[in-house]
Design a protein. Structure first.
Length: 762
């Protein structure tokens, strides 16, 4: 190989050394590289024949230099003062002149070498970094920043619930709530039960109940408790929700004073553990199709609760397998052979000693993908007799004459009013899901800040958070988490202040946000797992538990696809009502306004505008979201009408356009989320916090538009040049938001004992 003797005879040969080292550094010479080197050597007229032969021997792919020799070449080069040497040619010339200062290198030779480097695909300036140290680039210089006061951002997120949040965190960070490994399913379930009892002792279980039941009469506080508990073990959260939310709230909202006085205090203290038995094996989302019966016996003043066939068994019921003593059971009310629709009844399952009530059979669902601290079971009723007073009779009852009575005459309206009172579950679940997402993002972002990998030649390894694709993976979900936080706060306030006229709209909003948030959680936690590499696969780093425990959230409280169709049908109803109330004058105004929108937003300057100020403008974002929402809703209505006009049954018409309906729901929810996020930005007084939130809001908006760019292009609302500019702007926003990523997750203020992942330790 290259030896000192040849170099001493002609020090000018040193000009080849940086190039040889660079080519051999990966231990492989490709045929193309050999050919280009042969061309370079043959073109050098100053080389003697034996020198050419010697140089050609050193590019034999079958005889690579030994590792020791490669290092000796590199050390020779590093002896130079490399700071002002930009490329391999300059390094080679400097090396030759070091050994013979009288050497003259003609410009033609330099041009030959530069041309060869180009043909070899080498960036000479960057190849030279292999011999230098401390190489800095834009990527390596990108650092975390704290551009706002974290405490102020936390206060903004917590709002008027800050004191309650601190109280809940103080409890779940107590050593008695420390995570542990379980030897058995029974041990895990008993630990989760004990935690729920401890929470009940703190008054958290009864928080939403009336004061006479030891509650605070504070529904907003209950949602806050659920959300904050979700930084801890999610089995505990779900068991807590089943006991105090589903079981307790069903008695509270569907029952009357006699039920409240009899049950609520014991439910709130967990003296009376219970279940919410709605879902059946054959009828999940279709509550109206339930087959369990409650047949009234007027002579005995009792109801007979019965499972008529295996499809009517109550399945996947939380608290049922081990701990539940009573259940709110949804069943068809039968009086004198007449079906009066689904109503709710309190049915005993076990006595206080845990012995099953006669006629009740319960099977354990066993292990699940997650939430194994919750004892899910399957319940069968074989002619179980309950007293008449056990009917939860706020919306329907059986009078003294044995006749059905209800303050709501319409069967449809009564059914939906009853279910509408239970919409709180569709608020608690997405708030819990977003808390789990925040934990996953905190773990992944902290890991990405500490984990270093690869880097420029001659430079240090770079935190993986500095890589653009890593930012692309984690920054949009971080922005969406903030967006959902404010949207769910808005939903909560709408629910708490609801009027009867708003009930259906709020139910649809809750259904849509539940579907959107929980699907987002599932997708984001998978991204967090992958972003943490093998470390994310280890159970000690908690992402597996977060993923597995929240996976069922996409079907809790209704399957997400079904819920989005519910949202769409609600929007279509509003659309129809809006047009139904219009006279010719208002219809003309509507069409005129739609035309104005098209003229304004679809003019050639707007659809192809790539001006950064325009792309980051909140009015542009909201207009784009609103346009999409309205256009999709209008086209869905037109499609359904056309199918029906052509003679298709309305059921079939809706079935044909189901995919379209899901998009209607999605567009509506995305508009609401953006609208509420923008309001929060505008209402934030602290300038630094507002600037940070504005970046997140812009990222959420543009990333959502980018996801839907195909639709916007199809509609002619944007041209390709604009969607490309939006993609570029999303990349830049990810780069900017990355600086505050740690601070933004720190602002969640998740207790360290709840994060508990070794890779996330500060």
């Amino acid at each position: 190989m290259i030896n000192a003797e040849e170099l001493q005879k002609n020090p000018k040969l040193y000009i080849f050394l940086p190039l040889y080292y660079t080519l051999w550094a990966d231990s492989v010479l490709t045929p193309t590289e050999v050919l280009e080197m042969q061309k370079l050597i043959d073109s050098q007229k100053w080389l003697q024949n034996h020198e050419k032969e010697w140089l050609l021997k050193n590019i034999n792919p079958a005889k690579p230099p030994k590792s020791k020799e490669l290092k000796s070449w590199k050390n020779k080069i590093k002896e130079l003062k490399l700071e002002n040497l930009e490329d391999l040619s300059q390094i080679g010339i400097a090396l030759a002149k070091k050994h013979d200062s009288s050497i003259q290198i003609e410009k033609a030779i330099i041009d030959d070498f530069k041309e060869a480097e180009l043909a070899l695909g080498l960036l000479s300036r960057e190849a030279g970094y292999a011999f230098k140290s401390g190489h800095q680039t834009i990527t390596t210089a990108h650092k975390k920043a704290y551009n706002f006061d974290i405490g102020k951002m936390t206060a903004l997120l917590d709002g008027n619930q800050a004191d309650l949040i601190k109280k809940v965190k103080a409890v779940i960070t107590d050593p008695s709530f420390a995570y542990k490994e379980y030897d058995s399913l029974l041990e895990q379930r008993e630990q989760v039960l004990q935690w729920c009892k401890d929470l009940a002792d703190q008054g958290f279980g009864a928080w939403a109940f009336p004061k006479y039941a030891n509650g605070k009469d504070d529904m907003e506080g209950y949602f806050t408790i659920m959300e904050t508990l979700s930084y801890h073990d999610l089995s505990m959260v779900i068991k807590f929700g089943v006991q105090f939310g589903l079981w307790g709230m069903s008695v509270f909202f569907l029952g009357t004073d006699k039920h409240h006085q009899k049950y609520l205090k014991d439910i709130g203290s967990l003296k009376l553990p219970g279940c919410f038995a709605m879902t059946e094996t054959g009828h999940g989302s279709n509550v109206r199709g339930l087959e369990t019966t409650a047949t009234y016996d007027h002579d005995k003043k009792t109801f007979i609760i019965h499972t008529p066939n295996p499809d009517a068994r109550k399945e996947y019921i939380g608290n049922a397998a081990l701990h539940g003593q009573m259940a709110t059971v949804f069943a068809k009310l039968i009086i004198d052979g007449e079906d009066y629709g689904v109503n709710a009844f309190v049915v005993p399952l076990r006595n206080v000693e845990g012995e099953m009530v006669h006629g009740v059979k319960i099977e354990d669902c066993g292990r699940k993908m997650g939430l194994n601290g919750v004892d899910n079971g399957v319940i069968y009723f074989d002619n179980v007799e309950i007293p008449k007073e056990n009917m939860l009779d706020k919306f329907a009852s059986v009078n003294e004459a044995g006749e059905f009575e209800s303050p709501i005459n319409s069967d449809n309206r009564r059914f939906f009013t009853m279910l509408g009172t239970l919409v709180g579950g569709r608020i608690g679940i997405p708030r819990s899901a977003v808390s789990a997402t925040k934990t996953g993002l905190t773990i992944a972002i902290r890991h990405a800040e500490k984990r270093k990998q690869f880097g420029p030649e001659g430079g240090e390894e770079v935190p993986i958070m500095n890589y653009r694709m890593h930012q692309r993976r984690l920054m949009p979900p971080l922005a969406t988490s903030y967006a959902l936080h404010f949207a769910l706060r808005y939903l909560t306030q709408r629910f708490l202040k609801r009027t009867e006229e708003e009930a259906q709209e709020i139910e649809a909003l809750a259904a849509g946000l539940k579907a959107y948030a929980t699907s987002f959680t599932t997708t984001t936690l998978q991204e967090c797992r992958e972003a943490c590499g093998g470390k994310g696969y280890l159970s000690e780093n908690r992402i597996d538990a977060l993923k597995n425990d929240t996976d069922v959230y996409t079907t809790f409280e209704g399957d997400n696809v079904v819920l989005m169709q519910l949202v769409a049908k609600n929007r279509l109803t509003e659309f129809r009502q809006e047009f139904g109330d219009m006279n010719m004058f208002t219809i003309f105004n509507y069409i005129t306004n739609q035309a104005k929108t098209s003229i304004t937003e679809k003019n050639p300057l707007i659809i192809r505008s790539t001006d950064q100020t325009h792309l980051l403008d909140m009015d542009f974002h909201l207009s784009a979201f609103k346009y999409r929402e309205r256009a999709i809703l209008s086209s869905a209505a037109q499609r359904i009408k056309k199918h029906i006009d052509d003679g298709m049954d309305s059921f079939d018409a809706f079935n044909v356009v189901q995919h379209h309906l899901v998009n209607v729901g999605q567009a509506y929810i995305e508009r609401v989320i953006l609208e509420e996020f923008q309001k929060e930005v505008m209402d934030t007084n602290d300038v630094e916090c507002r600037d940070a939130l504005l970046q997140l809001c812009q990222l959420y908006a543009l990333h959502t538009i980018e996801k839907n760019r195909g639709w916007y292009l199809e509609q002619g609302y944007m041209e390709g040049v604009k969607t490309k500019a939006i993609r570029k702007e999303v990349n830049q926003l990810c780069w900017e938001v990355r600086k505050n990523a740690l601070a933004l997750t720190d602002a969640f203020d998740i207790p360290e004992s709840c994060i508990a992942a070794p890779i996330a330790r500060c």
